[in-house]
Design a protein around this ligand. Structure first.
Ligand SMILES: [Zn+2]
Length: 274
């Protein structure tokens, strides 16, 4: 059984075996900064229809808008059940998904989803401007269309996905990631040397791909540009993620590990790369 991986942009991934497809954090609507700050988080149904690969299951790392706002539409299209944090499930209910299609998961859960075995691991969200953004309970009486700020996080997961004899760690944070060995590591390219060293030491991957690295405020139709890094201090300019620097750092910290910056929607057959 072979395992093929596609990067969908932002933190979205699609895993495919001969029989089955698994989606993680699919998000192609890609709200602009203006829409995030002042507008409504309305999924782009036409784009979602065009760019949703076949999938039997959907996993959500955390319920921020750039991870979950397209999920109800993707779930309606595919009929796939969704696995998310309890607050993520609450949001999906507000957005009209039937409770029968939504499953709350917790760190330590092990799921068997067709060809895929998935371990749900605890993760920690990035600190941005000194805090975790949009955190806490949902506003009471939420009704769609929601604002981006209505998508509040309760907890965050990383997923260890096993299929086709391979192990892939989808790391959604850059610190306090699980220390589990995997063949392929998907991890934020904005991690510092210390953060990356700690993750690589625990995971010991043979292949690393950056996760959540393209500029999510630009539409799919625009040329791909790396995301801007949140600065340590408010006064510093916002630099874009340095993908070449990330690749150099991985090769230095984990000699023998290869780095591939995934092109969006290009299928990578992992058996050919590992
Ligand atoms: Zn987030």
């Amino acid at each position: 059984m072979s395992l093929t991986l596609q990067y969908l942009g932002v933190a979205g991934w699609h895993f495919q075996t001969g029989q089955a497809g698994l989606l993680i954090d699919p998000y192609v609507t890609r709200l602009s900064v203006w829409q995030v700050l002042f507008g409504r988080a309305v999924p782009d149904r036409a784009l979602i229809r065009t760019h949703t690969p076949p999938a039997g299951w959907i996993l959500v790392t955390h319920p921020h808008y750039d991870h979950i706002m397209d999920v109800p539409e993707v779930a309606r299209l595919t009929g796939a059940p969704v696995y998310a944090s309890s607050q993520g499930c609450q949001l999906l209910g507000v957005l009209g998904l039937p409770a029968s299609q939504v499953h709350a998961v917790w760190p330590g859960d092990r799921l068997t989803l067709g060809d895929f075995k998935v371990e749900v691991c605890a993760s920690r969200h990035r600190i941005i401007f000194g805090r975790i953004p949009y955190q806490g309970p949902l506003r009471p009486g939420l009704r769609p269309p929601l604002r981006a700020s209505d998508y509040r996080i309760d907890r965050q997961f990383s997923f260890l996905v096993q299929a086709g004899g391979l192990r892939v760690l989808v790391a959604s944070g850059i610190d306090e990631e699980p220390s589990v060995e995997a063949d392929l590591l998907l991890v934020g390219a904005d991690a510092t040397r210390e953060q990356l060293a700690a993750i690589l030491k625990g995971v010991r991957p043979r292949l690393v791909m950056p996760n959540h690295w393209d500029d999510m405020f630009r539409p799919l139709s625009a040329p791909v540009v790396p995301m801007r890094k949140p600065p340590r201090r408010l006064s510093l300019p916002l630099k874009r993620i340095d993908l070449e620097g990330f690749a150099r750092l991985v090769r230095e910290l984990a000699p023998g590990a290869e780095v591939i910056v995934p092109e969006r929607f290009r299928p990578y057959r992992l058996g050919d790369l590992l």
